[in-house]
Design a protein around this ligand. Structure first.
Ligand SMILES: [Zn+2]
Ligand SMILES: [Zn+2]
Length: 387
């Protein structure tokens, strides 16, 4: 079983061969040479495919942030897959999982819980992440043509490679196609790795997503990743006027042409950071805040103070038999070691971006903190009953 689990997490070289082969093929430039046509092709294919990834894989298939016809939906999927980032259903399912579990154990590519290299590229190459969880993409799996496209995951990229060869010969294939493919890959991967490590956090999202102007530039808008985690359904990821989002501008142009419609924009309260956060985000952030207090030291001080108190022995039996009663006790008792609600609030404010849900976070964080302290005391009491 454990061997099986390890195998699932090891790079599967046979099925990752194409990935390494395209990287190696870039060095064939020493044979093919380079010319202007090939360079123009490389730049063009970079811009075109970064747009197709952001607009197709991400903003349409993963987040459904606008609507379109069944035909143009297929076109978007086909264009996205020219970047050889596997099938649209695979991409959308894994990405939805990333948002559902961002920076927790269940996240598919968290650079916080796993290494930078794993979050950047490792997760794509291991057998564990090869299957597509169709339950996460039921809305897409109802279309036969999308299932077909997803099954023929590398067909659009192969056709594009052939076209690059026909237009630019060997330099067209090596520089125009292979170089731009590799750079497109690493630009996209950077959102999963650097996008959760480097940059500013404007909104409280419960994860480590960041806004990074450089990533936003090279990915045509996808680098405003903290904005995106704060409101995933938005077609636009640059929320402020100065946050350039070339993918959004392209989509806006497509809407003028009537090819797409119902572009979903974030409510003003979200943009201004005035929207109350969802319960899940509040609980997630509150747990993080609580856990960052020195729980063991607080528990030790409480233990010491209580050992002299006449009610301690009685409390312990109450703690062991009734958690709810103990919680009431915590709320009534006044011990300097336990941070007050105001102290937790001040601390949370210093650690988080501005949010109108600060009071809710502080209240939940203090409750979690008390639970942590309580469980430490409980462990101590269970280990040495009678003390
Ligand atoms: Zn993310
Ligand atoms: Zn997303």
């Amino acid at each position: 079983m454990r061997d099986g689990a390890r195998r699932e997490d090891r790079i599967d070289y046979p099925s990752s061969a194409a990935f390494f082969a395209i990287h190696l093929a870039c060095f064939a430039v020493f044979i093919s040479g380079i010319n202007l046509t090939a360079v123009v092709l490389a730049i063009g294919l970079y811009v075109f495919r970064i747009f197709a990834i952001g607009a197709g894989y991400h903003r349409y298939f993963a987040h459904r942030s606008f609507r379109t016809s069944r035909i143009f939906q297929f076109v978007l999927g086909f264009l996205a897959q020219t970047s050889a980032q596997r099938g649209i259903l695979w991409w959308a399912a894994h990405h939805r999982r990333h948002h559902k579990y961002s920076d927790t154990e269940e996240d598919v590519h968290s650079p916080i819980l796993r290494s930078f290299a794993y979050a950047h590229v490792g997760w794509i190459l291991i057998p564990r992440n090869e299957p597509t969880d169709l339950d996460l993409v039921r809305d897409l799996a109802q279309y036969k043509e999308l299932l077909w496209l997803d099954r023929h995951q590398y067909l659009p990229a192969a056709l594009l490679a052939a076209a690059a060869f026909l237009i630019g010969g060997l330099p067209g294939l090596v520089v125009g196609f292979c170089w731009s493919t590799v750079v497109v890959w690493h630009a996209t991967f950077s959102i999963n790795s650097l996008g959760h490590l480097v940059g500013r956090r404007r909104y409280v999202t419960g994860d480590h997503s960041r806004n990074n102007w450089f990533l936003a530039f090279i990915t045509m808008g996808e680098g405003w990743h903290n904005n995106h985690h704060a409101y995933q359904a938005s077609v636009r990821q640059g929320f402020r006027w100065w946050e350039y989002d070339f993918t959004f501008y392209g989509l806006k142009a497509l809407s003028w042409l009537g090819l797409i419609w119902d572009l979903h924009l974030p409510p003003r309260a979200v943009v201004m950071g005035e929207q109350r956060l969802g319960r899940n985000v509040i609980n997630k952030v509150a747990r993080q805040i609580a856990a960052s207090f020195p729980v063991n030291a607080i528990a030790a001080q409480v233990q010491e103070a209580l050992s002299l108190a006449p009610g301690w022995a009685e409390l312990k039996s109450r703690v062991l038999s009734a958690r709810m009663q103990a919680e009431t006790f915590w709320n009534e008792i006044d011990l300097p070691a336990i941070p007050t609600l105001e102290e937790v609030r001040t601390y949370a404010r210093s650690r988080l971006a501005q949010t109108t849900s600060l009071d809710d976070i502080a209240l939940s964080a203090r409750r979690y903190l008390l639970e942590l302290v309580y469980s430490r005391l409980f462990e101590t009491a269970a280990a040495s009953p009678g003390t």
